[in-house]
Ligand binder design. Sequence first.
Ligand SMILES: Nc1ncnc2c1ncn2[C@@H]1O[C@H](COP(=O)(O)OP(=O)(O)OP(=O)(O)O)[C@@H](O)[C@H]1O
Ligand SMILES: [Mg+2]
Length: 248
Amino acid sequence: MALITLKDVRKDYTLGETTIPALNGINLGIDRGELVVIFGPSGSGKTTLLNIIGGLDIPTSGKVTVGEIPVSTLSAKWLTTYRKKKVGVVFQFFNLISRLTALENVEYALELIGVKTGSNGDVSFDSKMIRRKAIDYLARVGLRDRIDHFPAQLSGGEQQRVAIARALAKEPEILLADEPTGNLDFKIGRQVLEIMEAMTGKEQNRTVFIVTHNEAICPLGDRVIRLSDGIIAEDYTQTFTPASELYW
Ligand SMILES: Nc1ncnc2c1ncn2[C@@H]1O[C@H](COP(=O)(O)OP(=O)(O)OP(=O)(O)O)[C@@H](O)[C@H]1O
Ligand SMILES: [Mg+2]
């Protein structure tokens, strides 16, 4: 059975007198452990779709379920719990907290949920464990020597990597990444995809969505969903190509 199910999901944004249909009836079933690339031009609804799956936005109509959780009908309080416990998000525009350093940004995300201490679901709020995990993930994205920098003291690509470390450190069941390579040069961009690939996918049972408008990234997915004007224009599965073999 699919982990994530969307049934006839629509999203309209209203601006004054005009209604902008961002999603026009999306039907999807995503299995646990799938790496899904969502591809499409600017304005096709990629971010809107990601936000709805992540519980950051609610559909105008239609149904979203994740496992047993009826995401589209949760109260605000339960939606927050769902986001905290299940979802890691890398935003298109980073959303780092400007008055916190790189390290504190990652720690803050972990302080909200604790860190897993084993495979039995136990979590710890011990500040030393949180610090160790935060440093570990920042080191994995190549920022060990930037942990005390504030976002304004980091380049765009470095800020992007802090955001990625923050999302991955949660070790979430569902990882949503909106243009994770958008602000990175090729070499770092591919490294980031390699990190995401290594920490996600089948063995880890983690379901990953990577949004991109770069067609060269599509081969990374087990599944590619192409959006066009808020509908699914194409949806196919394939044998994925490892990030290390991608070029753009
Ligand atoms: N908050 C909002 N209010 C009004 N319209 C919105 C809002 N957010 C998105 N839209 C509109 O909905 C459509 C889909 O937007 P969305 O951000 O999902 O596109 P996207 O595929 O992520 O584009 P991009 O590649 O540029 O990030 C666009 O036409 C956009 O202008
Ligand atoms: Mg977008």
